[in-house]
Ligand binder design. Sequence first.
Ligand code: GLA
Length: 748
Amino acid sequence: MIKHVEKESEQFFYIGNERLSCILKIAFGKAQLLHLGAPLGEDDFAALGCETLFGWGTDVLYKEGDSRSCLDALPLAWSERGSGDYRESPIELLYEGEDICPDFVYSSFAVPEHEEPDAVLPHARGEQETLRLVFTSKNRLLEGLTLELRFSLFETALVRQAVLMNGSDKPLRVTKLMSACADLHGRFTVSTFDGGWIRETHRHTVPAAQARVVNESANGFSSNRHNPGFLLSETGATDDAGTVYGFNLLWSGNHRSTVQRSAQGFTRVLQGISPEGLCLELLPGGRLETPEAVAAWSDRGLNGLMENMHRFVNRAVIPPAWQSRERPVLYNSWEGCMFKFSEGKLLSLAKKAKKLGCELFVLDDGWFGARDSDTAGLGDYSVNRRKLPNGLDGLSKKLRALGMQFGLWFEPEAVNPDSECYRRHPDWVLTPPGTDAFQGRNELLLDLTKSEVRDYIVENVSAILDRADVRYVKWDMNRHSPVSGNKAYAYILGLYEVLHRIFDARPQILLEACASGGNRFDLGMLCFAPQIWGSDDTDPIERLDIQDGLFCLYPQSAVGAHISAAPHSMTLRATPLSTRANAAFFGAFGVEFDLDGMKPVEAAELKETIDWYKQHRKTFQFGRFSRNRAEEGAVCWQVSSGEETLCALFHRLVPAGPEIEWLSVNGLEPDRLYRVEARPQLLRVAPFGNLLKHITPIELDAEGMVVRLADRHYTMRDGGFSAECSGAALRSGIPLAKRFSGTISNGF
Ligand code: GLA
């Protein structure tokens, strides 16, 4: 519900539901955020009114003589420089070339029933229960310059946006306009999700202090360096208890969030587009909408926060056609074939993939132009007839005849200098003024701020999608941007327009975004693409950190995760198929290696694995995710829905003589009896090498034919068990079957 109370010259607003509430106050013409978090009573505003906060010493007062008007001491929902608040400001404007103090004074509020979203920017899709409140403020200097602060309370998250409208007759420039500003009370740590290519979203935690923590991307995209999402955890919060806030942004370009504790003990959080190099002209009659900023809260620790964040993303961000819809098990040609394939090879892979249980065949890079390596062909859309003599439609028909859907890779935003597109339109390339167009992965970006470039992409991609009955698109983008500031900002708007034009009319297509893996993993892209390729790194041990980070902000169904070959091409780490599968289960699952070289044991195990996954896919993709207690260095992920709870316990290294391990399961009913089944791990013969001679009656050559033959056809089962016990016992922990630990002295 929304409640509005007027008390003398002050106004209070309560917006709340059963899980989350927010209390706002207007005093001295400025909006304060008194509370964001627990669902309080609608009348609790009185006690939170901050009557006790005032300025002292050198502090500046906004209303002369009224010490309560020290803006620096108040928990503000918005702020401007020059009015006495010396914390970081969310807005900076240039008027007639001068930096002005953008003093906005509250004038009215509205409770709109519907959203009126900007046509291009992605936005959270509200439901009937979504509560909306809008404050309008007028600028003191420029008559007609108006600022709207929008608050939308979803079931488990607050979405905010700032809108600046220039109703004056003078142009002005916006050098900073953040989406949200909040001053929270409490002592926090800040967790950001950082990394680089093949090492995305590793969680790093530092204390929120008076020195500012800045989480910012500058490569033109939401980036693999610093994901826009971050957490604030109250001191002492754990996975299961304590207050945790989660923040994110519906934006795919340069972003910036800052966290800073003030002298008075509030922690200021700003979220928005990065102001670096930004100087946007706002002409008379113009309007500038920021991307939407999200804040979720829980007092049930990180697990509670993830539940709330996932719920919000699943219901309000993921395109409606794919919400709660199980994702097909896909086979992707990239790691198995790279650029080298023929129609015959693809069909051979597709037949095998079909037998294993895959439902969708994705042809990755290499199908167009002169694309035999990553040095040529990007930007061209003519099908490479040498590899695909029957074209994409021919291949697609044959795949359908096999009972598989057809998916296709595109990288429409980029061009190789060695391409027909570049030769015809060298002026379409995005080039920073005053310098050369430097290449990244042998490619340049197309200038998506040009309408002819957008038309070229929309027309070419759409024609292919329709002709070949494509049901899945992997939309890739494989370099950092060469531009910053206004141009980088306009580029992302151009990208959103292109995505709207292609995919709004084709809801049957499952879109998976990708930017060399996670270089653009954000809520903006998720508004179009229900899933995003988590990382080019498919090594399951590396994926533990990458996916663990992603799950703090994004639901499992949004994270593309595949089984690839072992040893892994990036780490040379050899892992059992079961480990690779266990990590990939917790995402939009697929298979990505050359199936033609598979041994019979691997094929049998993979088929059994995919069959088993499909029986539990709904829980893996949409179940409630949590992190469970695990010994140091280990990771235990859990998903639950209805009657089913699935846990996976991962170790990074094998310790000798391991201690007994205990599994503790969250969220069960204490008095209910549960059946526990452990999936056994299959052990291959060959890795035992020379140790085999200790258990076989004859001495076998570890690399000889007998061992090789045995390795192709036999596996040993390890670690399976079943038990029955109460939810209470499972919560406190049950001992697991002892892990494999060989000793030569007793013949294993
Ligand atoms: C990027 C993607 C990969 C693959 C290649 C193809 O690296 O992240 O998954 O599609 O491009 O060139």
